[in-house]
Design a protein around this ligand. Sequence first.
Ligand SMILES: [Zn+2]
Length: 253
Amino acid sequence: MKCAEVRNFVRLYLDSELDAKHSFEVEQHLESCAECAGLFEAEKKFDVRIGKFLRIGQATPALWEKIEAQIEPQFAKAKALWPLALAASLIVAVSIIFFARSRPLDLANAVEECHSAYVHQITTPEFSGTVPSKIAQQFGDRLDTEAFNYRPSEPAFTSSGARLCHVEGVPVALILGHCANTPVSMIVFKKSELDHFPQTKRKLESGDPIACSRSGRFQFAARIVDDHVVCVVGDEPRLALEDLLKTVRRADG
Ligand SMILES: [Zn+2]
């Protein structure tokens, strides 16, 4: 008999259901094959363990008491964990509130598109210095030429020019620049247009000198300088943008 054949008979042999002829052949093989002998031995031990378990099972009430005794501490442990579960739900609730609060400001959302277009070089500067009269004429009274005079005095910011842009229908001065190699947009418009962005207005009027927010994958910071709203947007740390914003002044000319 070959190993594979013998192993097929393992259950029948151990259960004494194999006929005499095959039983003899299996025994003969096991005497000469250590591997199969080991396998049969392991199977036999397993049977013994199962048998013991089943015998315990017959003494039902005692077994149940034993099982209950083992389960009880688990329940106690679960009960002890309830305050932890409560704390975890509280953390989730607080996170939800925090997340709702940290939702981008309306203005941050609106200027994201402008800055994204600049980063992808879809928007490029149209002029530097004063607004060309041709562009000024197109916008008439609503155009705020003064908005183009604001610049950070921070030497780290270099401007490559400016252009007009519309943010939620509001014509704004878009000053395109870089901080080191990172594109940074500066958006300036009249304070009176802040009504179009009630969230930002509320934040700036509540006493926060600077309103910060996420703006898609960028950071955004806004503040009021004179009678203008100045925002900076870029893939820069929030604090760096705040510092840059603090240096923004009106440069006449
Ligand atoms: Zn064998």
